[in-house]
Design a protein around this ligand. Sequence first.
Ligand code: AMP
Length: 464
Amino acid sequence: MCGIFGVFGHPEAANITYLGLHALQHRGQESAGIVVSDGDHLRPVRKMGLVADAFTRDELAGLPGHMAIGHVRYSTSGESALKNAQPFSVEYVHGAIAVAHNGNLVNASDLRRKLEMDGSIFQTTSDSEVLIHLIARARELETEHRIVTALKQVEGAYSLLFLTEHKLIAMRDPMGFRPLAIGRLKDAFVFASESCAFDLLEAELIREVEPGEVVIVDAKGLRTYRPFSPEPTRFCVFEHVYFARPDSMIDGRSVYRVREALGRRLAKEHPVDADIVVPVPDSGTAAAIGFARQADIPYEMGLIRSHYVGRTFIEPQQSIRHFGVKLKLNAVKEILNGKRVVVVDDSLVRGTTSRKIVKMLRDAGAREVHLRISSPPTTHPCFYGIDTPTRSELIASSHSPEEIARYVTCDSIGYLSVEGMMEAVRAAAPGDGAERRHCDACFTGKYPIEFRPGTISSLKRVVN
Ligand code: AMP
């Protein structure tokens, strides 16, 4: 869960990257970083915290250059600490190189152990540093060839941006788990995890970087090649369900349209007599709109979200119970009192949020509460870059929907089926048939990359 941004050929590369990262803030709130090249040197600034707080005007002014890459981080591997903030940048025998990574390398611990046995010294605990070591050991002359040699040893999910003194290199893993798009901003090329970053900059979305494609931009222009043997694509379906911004185009389709279609399909699979449809904002909003339209039930904003809840919060001494969700959401009593309510959220992970929301709706006077989830039960952890807890904490891995309904105290529960989800995703990009496949391992346990138990030492507990 990270966002990456890059620009080549713009006199204000640092400022452009700052804005691009701001649009990608939802993909990571732990740390933010920018590395700029002026053609001779790379200059990095990395900070903990949000983009708007991390960089001062003076710091950005102190980053001259016409090419840059940036990163916002939400750790799925390695602890949350400044040393793990990206982009990483190093000096090595071929000059300077920086990397920004979105994804998760599943064999990183194995590779790291081997490199350490061979004398490598690591400065961070993040899996992305392994890449830099592998690149430094590669013998090829051109940076892009060294990068490919390194990546052929790596298994997992990666959308990557590299910056050297003279080049920007963008690539996606052969299965294309995580998004990455190319845009044009006047004479400059821009790269971003999601197209919403281009909208902010008034840049034009050209296309997505294809799975397995390497894109190189330097003084000679943009060129591209495909050094990996082709694999069936496996774009992450959870990007559509929850993670990406609804105003983005990813995977050739509008995230908003996908979510609306998920909600419509959910209404067909789990209809219910009710007075109003209420989203859990913001994650359930577009699906709730689809549900309400399909079911022909009025849509109401029965829950209001505070947009000022940070990740860290100091609990006052005075004990007021149930702080967590109340701080973020409040129920509108006038809307809910006496009503039969369908409440729609995108996913149910441990069930603690839903339980609190159901109580909040009942306390506000809801007569019935019917929970509808616009994805299937989350039964398996993700090893490809989405932060999910271990299996034992995923309530659906050991409980039936009926048991979950009892736990969250709702009158009924309905999850979207796997087939329903995939049909909704396909319907949002008609003509984009069976050749485009998705990773749905968190819902099915069908992991597209085999992994050997024990190699996933990097999996950590969810932090939110
Ligand atoms: P839980 O209380 O664990 O069931 O949390 C479910 C809520 O967390 C839903 O509202 C989701 O939108 C949200 N959610 C789902 N996956 C994630 C994730 N990987 N990181 C943060 N929030 C998530």
